[in-house]
Design a protein around this ligand. Sequence first.
Ligand code: APR
Length: 174
Amino acid sequence: MDRRIEVIVADITTLKLDAIVNAANSALLGGGGVDGAIHRKAGPRLLAHCLTLGGCSAGEAKISPGFDLPAKFVIHTVGPVWSGGNNHEDKVLAACYRRSLEVALDNGVRTIAFPAISTGAYRFPAGQAAKIAVRTVSRVIAGDDRIDRVQFCCFSTAAADMVSARLSALEPTP
Ligand code: APR
């Protein structure tokens, strides 16, 4: 298990890291859940900035400043809407984590937190999502010392337990 990966229970908008990830929708114009919380805390300049980003497709990621948030950047990604599991949902969810980290690295981000993308309004089963999140992040950061810390920021202890179980089940990294 990579010691740079942590599981926490917190409101992601309170985290003072280089970047927090937003589980957005393709319009990038705000919404409910974690998206709503991030826009409220970042202030109206975030929405104004997002208007210039041209939206974002599922599995992609775009970066903005954090404005009034403690985090320096917000990386907006768009998860898959769960529709039974036969519509490439796993692949698109993995792409969200991978592309968010790639965008982070391109912008010098060393510390980053992810919410449980797609597990709220988009109804992706939380256990399956945790498995994909942990596996993808571990693979992307393995052997890359430009990342100092990745936090899985869960909104409940039940969600955190699922991610922790998946982390413990990972093969030890060499
Ligand atoms: N901090 C951390 N996690 C949070 C927070 C928060 N402040 N608020 C909600 N969460 C958690 C939820 O408990 C859930 O586990 O984030 C996870 C993702 O849920 P949603 O925010 O509903 O995101 P998602 O399922 O990806 O749906 C995206 O919802 O609000 C809209 O604009 C958004 O249309 C998009 C859709």
